[in-house]
Write a protein that binds this ligand. Structure first.
Ligand code: HEM
Length: 145
């Protein structure tokens, strides 16, 4: 998977806008997530949500920073996917999270959320989620080996 130069500049420019209100963005993201699937709320029962919002922003910023060479973050993303199995996350939840992310980006970027920006984030999210799920599957395979 590789992002086009256009994808990369769309992601970087739109992230500047989103990150300027990182707290609002992540608060709205978790609200959208729990609205889309209230059954995900218990996964975060023990979670310090304000701290978690900062971790999510840091993870997204890492992806944005490495958007021109995602191979540099594949290892850490696989490990993160492995940890997510322990949080009770299933593959299908990645679709819900992706939908909530895109919805929240649209709400925050407004007219800046062009079809091109949307495509860029959908491609990037697909790569990140795919890598995390691969890490999760590798961990499952090791367990049953
Ligand atoms: C691209 C997708 C995702 C990213 C970038 C992401 C990012 C993170 C990060 C950085 C953490 C902090 C702990 C760690 O690094 O292991 C975390 C924890 C967590 N994530 Fe995700 N995540 C993603 C997908 C998901 C999905 C699909 C779910 C399902 C609801 C989920 C639920 C959780 C939960 C329950 C925690 C544990 C919070 C705690 O420590 O109590 N994440 N996530």
């Amino acid at each position: 998977m590789s992002l086009t130069p256009q994808n990369i500049s769309d992601i970087r420019a739109s992230w500047q806008v989103l990150a300027a209100d990182a707290d609002g963005f992540t608060a709205d993201f978790y609200a959208a997530l729990f609205r889309r699937d209230p059954a995900l709320r218990p996964l975060f029962a023990q979670t310090d949500l304000p701290a978690q919002r900062k971790k999510l922003v840091a993870a997204l910023a890492l992806v944005v920073r490495n958007a021109d060479d995602l191979s540099a973050v594949l290892g850490p993303l696989e490990e993160m996917g492995t940890r997510h199995v322990g949080y009770g996350v299933k593959d299908s939840d990645y679709t819900t999270v992706g939908g909530a992310l895109i919805e929240t980006m649209e709400a925050h970027l407004q007219e800046g959320f062009t079809a091109e920006v949307r495509d860029a984030w959908i491609t990037a999210y697909g790569a990140v989620a795919g890598t995390m799920m691969a890490g999760a599957q590798a961990a499952e395979a090791r367990k049953s080996a």
